[in-house]
Design a protein around this ligand. Structure first.
Ligand code: DGJ
Length: 705
């Protein structure tokens, strides 16, 4: 037995204490404790009950069946049926700054394991394992998971579910024996199984309770689990789902798990989000885009769909510029033969029938108007009705002999096929080199079924090759901003965010639906990475109508854009677009660098979201009335995150047209403004105005002393 040593990783308010001997065990992950932890260690030795194994069984950082852990092991694999329950012994420990690196070995099995655990100043833990086959002969890996312990007081979960056009829905449930498990086999991050969850103490809320939040940074198939072991100990696990036979390591080869990101907050969900938002801003987003204002978009998709006519598109661009738009994007429909969604994916050549004079006049026109030009691609996809498929039917990601189901009439390209990979790189390279393109929207519109390369399953490798393709483009064109889109929010996670800058959160531009989607997304992502567009008066997705005020205020709280044809809009509507674009620009630096708060309300029909500037000198608050108010008089509206000792002027910045007509009178503060201390705003608040369902108001707080 090796002598045991304690290692501490310290964040700003949280701490990880890891005991390292023959193996590593996380003894404490939560609030930072002062004092000599060595002398506290003995308080945690466990009793050994009757009816179980005769020795204490630790929940190691990689739980092992061979040590007597009967819950889900961290590694399952074999070498020709042997070495299927490896047991690792620690060989080396290094601590450098806030990173702990542990090297372990199972000599018999011929396996070496590297475990990395970091805790940064934003209180975000990052951890992953790397497995190396050190012996000759293939080692097949069936499962390889990141595991984190949870204290016994974590009794509730907040998990995510969704669908196309309804992403990031949250669900609360108790954490009980046999726990919670979600499995995603859709080949992309997915709308349905967003890879994150929050475990917390009873009734944790936005502002109260301890929470342990997790985000699994992977854009493919995954499994997330939170469990109560039969002995009462709790843990969570996150792993890639490998298909049978997919991962085998030759001698010297290795495989790493994706990074699992985790954060502890003692003050509920808002503080957890602050940790993750700060971490994303500092460590996930590419430097090239960090401190630049994010340009307001006009995207052509819902304006013209596949109906492209250069003169008309130029007129759209001219009108977009008049609205204050800063980036004009031609979405789907520009390439050869793409007249509807049944054909042409793969044929990444300009459609010369639609664009007889080429793309250049349009790009130049857009640039002359002072806007960046952007273009849509869906590189990983192919239609059978395409020149590419006719030339390379063998490029499909499929298993020979089985008919592939289609999704949006399309198939997937096998990115492990080097010729296919190089072709796609060459096509993207061509367009990015030939034209002054500042942004690409990288779409992915179908789920993956039976992914295989040469007959062998390749779900995981397809995802890795996708990363490599984006990386290669990124390396050559670091100034080109990339948006990750997959039929809206089907590929939203931290690993792809390292290589992209923006997410298309949803194909649903209905302001009411967006309120829920955007709120769900805000738990792990700061507002600036969330594409949020004003859509047409009648939403294309829900066919519901919303006022321009509701659509405008809702779109303000992300990376704003417009998704319609400005040429077809009337003057009054256009004046409003221009007003919201101007308002977004005015608030952009606050919204994109500030601290976001989801404020609990007394009425579930209210949603309150605010962003407070870093120096607490100002804040903007969005109050949404999603349904009929439950009571005639709602409780007070509180504003969180202001400096308690400062005085603020509070006033309404934007409101529905009929704001004053729907009541005898609205609260006087909403007419004249008022002056309040930050402390009053947080503890007492202001009387809530009365709003019609499906409307919103925008409030500004400005520090005056
Ligand atoms: C799905 C995206 O989410 C839409 O915004 C649009 O780009 C279409 N694909 C184009 O086919």
């Amino acid at each position: 037995m090796k002598e045991k040593t304690l290692f501490q990783l310290n964040g700003t308010s949280s701490q990880l204490v890891v005991e390292v001997g023959d193996f590593a065990e996380i003894l404490h992950w939560g609030k930072k404790i002062s004092g000599s932890l060595e002398s506290f260690r003995q308080s945690l030795y466990r009793p050994i009950p009757h009816g179980r194994l005769d020795n204490d069984v630790a929940m190691t950082t990689l739980p092992e069946l061979g040590r007597g852990v009967f819950s889900s092991p961290g590694l399952e694999g074999h070498r020709d049926g042997h070495h299927w329950a490896p047991v690792f012994f620690l060989k080396n420990v290094e601590k450098s700054g806030d990173i702990l690196s542990l090297t372990s070995e199972d000599q018999r099995a011929g396996l070496s394991l590297l475990t990395e655990i970091c805790l940064d100043e934003f209180d975000v833990v990052k951890t992953r394992h790397t497995l190396i086959n050190t012996k000759s002969g293939k080692y097949f890996v069936n499962r390889f998971a990141n595991s984190m312990p949870l204290p016994a007081r974590t009794t509730e979960l907040m998990t995510f579910h969704g669908r196309w056009a309804r992403e990031f829905q949250t669900q609360r449930q108790p954490l009980l024996h046999n726990g919670y498990q979600q499995e995603n086999r859709r080949g992309r991050t997915s709308h349905e199984h967003y890879p994150a969850m929050v475990c917390g103490t009873a009734n944790f809320s936005e502002i109260q309770g301890e929470v342990w939040g997790f985000h699994f940074a992977w854009s493919g198939n995954h499994r997330l689990r939170a469990d109560v072991k039969t002995d009462g100990r709790r843990m969570m696990q996150a792993e890639v789902i490998y298909f049978p036979g997919e991962i085998s390591l030759e001698k010297g080869e290795s495989i790493s798990t994706p990074w699992l990101y985790a954060s502890y907050s003692e003050n509920g969900l808002n503080q957890m989000s602050h940790h993750f938002h700060d971490h994303v801003r500092e460590s996930v987003l590419a430097d090239d885009f960090k401190n630049k204002p994010r340009p307001v978009h006009l995207n052509t998709w819902e304006g013209i769909y596949f109906d492209h006519e250069p003169e008309y598109i130029m007129e759209m661009a001219s009108q977009a510029a008049e609205l204050g738009v800063e980036r004009f994007i031609i979405d789907d429909g520009w390439f050869k033969g793409r007249n509807d969604d049944t054909a042409a994916l793969g044929d990444w050549f300009l459609d010369e029938l639609k664009y007889p004079n080429g793309l250049l006049p349009i790009v130049e026109h857009v640039n002359q108007l002072g806007m960046e030009f952007g273009l849509w691609f869906e590189p990983e996809m192919i239609n059978k009705n395409s020149d590419l498929y006719r030339a390379h039917p063998d490029w499909l990601l499929a298993v020979d002999g089985y008919e592939q189901p289609t999704g949006r009439h399309q198939y997937v390209i096998d990115l492990q096929n080097d010729d296919a990979f190089n072709f796609l790189y060459e096509r993207l390279d061509y367009f990015l080199s030939a034209y002054n393109i500042g942004y690409i929207k990288w779409d992915m519109n179908r789920e993956i079924v039976q992914p295989a390369h040469d007959g062998v399953a390749s779900g995981c490798k397809q995802t890795e090759r996708y990363y490599q393709l984006v990386d290669k483009i990124r390396a050559k064109f670091p100034h080109v901003s990339i948006e990750s889109c997959a039929g809206g929010g089907g590929r939203i996670d931290y690993e792809i965010l390292k290589r992209t800058d923006r997410f298309w959160a949803s194909d649903n531009n209905d302001a009411l639906e967006r309120q829920g989607i955007q709120r769900g997304m805000s738990y792990f992502f700061p507002p600036e990475v969330m594409g949020s567009h004003i859509g047409a008066d009648k939403c294309h997705c829900t066919r519901r109508r919303h006022s321009i005020e509701f659509r405008g205020v809702t779109a303000l709280f992300g990376h704003m854009g417009i998704e319609l044809d400005p040429v077809k809009e009337d003057g009054e509507e256009k004046a409003h677009f221009a007003r919201y674009v101007a308002l977004h620009k005015q608030l952009r630096s606050l919204l994109h660098t500030g601290t976001m708060w989801r404020t609990p309300t007394d009425d579930p029909a209210h949603q309150v979201l605010s962003v407070v500037s870093e120096d607490q000198s100002q804040a903007v608050v969005m109050v949404t009335q999603s349904a009929m108010p439950t009571h005639s008089l709602s409780g007070n509206l509180r504003i969180l995150g202001l400096d308690s000792n400062s005085t603020y002027r509070i006033y309404i910045l934007d409101k529905p047209k009929n704001y004053n007509d729907i009541v005898v009178f609205q609260p006087p503060w909403s007419k004249e403004g008022c002056e309040l201390s930050g402390e009053w705003c947080k503890e007492v608040g202001l009387s809530m105005p009365i709003l019609d369902p499906e409307t919103a108001i925008l409030i500004k707080a400005e520090k005056i002393s």
